[in-house]
Write a protein that binds this ligand. Structure first.
Ligand code: FE2
Length: 251
């Protein structure tokens, strides 16, 4: 897990993603529902590269348990909601850092080591996602969420998606054996409900995947709580993606 501080030489010199690949079936005690075991298509890993297990047959959800630098967490937590970024860019791996620097400048986010660490984390995930999807372009969204967002249990209309929450409550999901009931009962559903842990990275199949049913999930209900979330969502390029970000356009 990445617990290095951005101020340290080790952090600056670290590889783009951790090299250890440790992917395991979800185990007893990992989730609220102890019946989620090997064979359910859900896996846990401890490095971003382990997320590539999503490409193994039968896998529908891979969760990377990790931490991010404490300074980034505190920096985002203390930020006024209006200062949290909300952006969407279609960008190549090579340009993602430059694009995010430009976009965050436009939001008035002061540059510095903490912002660099935040950008580096997103860039690492973009690189991993591009490798998994085998497409150099990635549709990157940073969403500032102050309401219940996608509160209904649903499957995403994509083949594959990556999510992580940098601030606030995390995404909730349903193990496959309860998915149909959750979709049917919606607000009346009171069965097992799982939540990602803070800073977990989840990559999962949507309903357009060929070999999977898609993971049922929802945004946590936060309306009226005063909470503001910051969610990173990575998608493959699609017809609804913005025009590709190019440095020369911003010159
Ligand atoms: Fe969704």
């Amino acid at each position: 897990m990445n617990t290095l501080m951005p101020e340290s030489p080790e952090y600056r010199d670290r590889p783009a993603v951790s090299q250890d690949i440790l992917t395991s079936p979800i185990s007893l005690g990992e989730v609220a529902n102890p019946t989620i075991m090997q064979g359910s298509g859900i896996r846990i890993c401890t490095s971003a590269q382990g997320l590539s297990a999503i490409n193994a047959p039968g896998n529908e959800l891979v969760i990377c348990r990790r931490s991010i630098p404490f300074c980034v967490t505190e920096w985002l937590k203390k930020m006024a909601p209006s200062q949290l970024p909300a952006l969407r860019i279609l960008v190549s791996r090579a340009n993602v850092r430059e694009a995010l620097e430009s976009e965050l400048d436009a939001f008035g986010m002061a540059s510095g080591r903490t912002r660099d660490a935040f950008i580096a984390d997103i860039a690492d995930l973009v690189s991993v996602f591009a490798g998994i999807t085998r497409q150099d372009l990635v549709d990157v969204r940073l969403d500032r969420i102050e309401h219940d967002a996608c509160w209904k249990f649903h499957k995403d209309s994509v083949e594959i998606r990556l999510l992580t929450t940098y601030r606030g409550e995390t995404t909730e999901w349903i193990s496959p054996q309860f998915a149909d009931r959750a979709l049917r009962e919606q607000k009346d559903y009171d069965g097992p409900l799982e939540s990602l842990r803070q800073h977990d990275v989840a990559i999962f199949r949507g309903k357009h995947a060929n070999s999977a049913d898609g993971i049922v999930h929802r945004s946590p209900p936060i309306a009226g709580t005063g909470s503001v979330r910051l969610l990173l969502c990575l998608n493959a390029p699609s017809i609804v993606s913005p025009e590709q970000w190019r440095a020369e356009r911003r010159a």
